[in-house]
Design a protein around this ligand. Structure first.
Ligand SMILES: Nc1ncnc2c1ncn2[C@@H]1O[C@H](COP(=O)(O)OP(=O)(O)OP(=O)(O)O)[C@@H](O)[C@H]1O
Ligand SMILES: [Mg+2]
Length: 317
């Protein structure tokens, strides 16, 4: 069933819909990817493209309309045994974009951080001990347990959100835009904390963002999503050096270049989906080179493979 080579998370042909009948809306369509143990897997795309929907489907908040999700080789989507559900609820955690709205304003930090532990038969002393330990681990003082969320800065609140996930001793964390709402000056601190925790605890992350320049530094691999479908997936360096899909190219062209002169002179690429003629030759999810996937039809795939061939030749010169 599972061994150390089995990806920790396997998303297979996932479709998620909202509403029903004529109101039915397909937010995510036929999405497939694997997340390997210990990696940071990035999911990037514009607002409304389905990133959060995928994260919530993995942690069993959003029901799956098609396809399946495996964790450790075991199906965790749809109806599953109670014991497995409890296990998933503990091992898979999520941290959110907006630390201001994701924390219960009327509860003390002590309650917020340990909420997930209730019903686990811990004594009050054990629970407190765990809260203190989790706060220390995210760089907060244990005394903060008796305060309310509004007494903290944005960065501290995000740390509280991380402590709340950590206390469950998770293996896998969906980090949904964890730094987007924070001041630029404290973003790096929170990113460093996440990567330090990953090393210490062997965590695996699904890192959701619309900001490729941040992802370049922390993601091992990146999947690009557009209108509910993946359009490209590759390891981070490959995606930045040899992007294939026009939407990926458009996203990359919007990433700031550190050189101000190059920045002023660069051209923004605009992605126009209507440029594809798909009637006779429909697109599919293809592996253009090992580990590098792209949504393309036959004609486009041929063109992409020619480009990769040329890039490869140039790289060796
Ligand atoms: N519970 C829901 N009911 C109905 N529609 C929903 C629901 N959740 C998400 N959607 C819709 O599904 C689509 C994808 O939403 P999602 O939140 O996954 O996007 P996102 O990529 O996370 O965007 P953002 O970057 O703004 O967070 C959107 O059109 C959204 O309006
Ligand atoms: Mg979102």
């Amino acid at each position: 069933m599972s061994n150390s080579n089995t990806p920790l998370v396997q998303v297979k042909d996932l479709t998620v819909t909202f509403g029903s009948g004529r109101q039915k809306f397909t937010a995510v369509q036929n999405v497939s990817f694997d997340i390997r143990r210990g990696e940071t897997f990035g999911l990037v795309g514009e607002s409304g493209s389905g990133k959060t929907t995928i994260g919530r489907a993995i942690i069993r908040v959003n029901p799956v309309a098609g396809g399946e999700i495996l964790y450790n080789g075991q199906r965790i989507s749809g109806r599953i045994p109670r014991a497995l559900d409890r296990e998933v609820t503990r091992k898979l955690q999520m941290i959110f974009q907006d630390p201001m709205s994701s924390l219960n304003e009327r509860a003390k930090v002590d309650y917020i951080v340990s909420e997930g532990l209730y019903g686990r038969g811990l004594s009050e002393a054990q629970r407190r001990e765990k809260v203190e330990q989790a706060l220390r681990e995210v760089g907060l003082l244990p005394e903060f347990a008796s305060r309310f969320p509004h007494e903290f800065s944005g960065g501290q609140r995000q740390r509280i959100g991380i402590a709340r996930a950590l206390i469950m001793e998770p293996e896998f964390i969906v980090a949904d835009e964890p730094i987007s709402a924070l001041d630029v000056s404290i973003r790096a601190q929170v990113l460093n904390l996440l990567s330090q925790l990953q090393k210490q605890r062997g965590l695996t992350y699904l890192f959701i963002s619309h900001d490729l320049s941040v992802m370049r530094f922390i993601c091992d691999r990146i999947a690009v999503i557009h209108l509910g479908r993946l359009v490209e997936l590759a390891d981070t360096e490959t995606l930045f050096r040899h992007p294939l899909h026009p939407y990926t190219r458009a996203l990359l062209s919007a990433v700031p270049i550190p050189d101000p002169r190059a920045e002023r002179e660069k051209k923004l690429v605009v992605y126009d989906p209507s440029c594809h003629e798909y009637d006779a030759d429909p697109p599919a999810w293809c592996e253009a080179e090992p580990g590098h996937f792209v949504r393309a039809n036959r004609r486009e795939l041929d063109a992409y493979q020619t480009i990769l061939q040329q890039n490869g030749d140039n790289d060796h010169d």
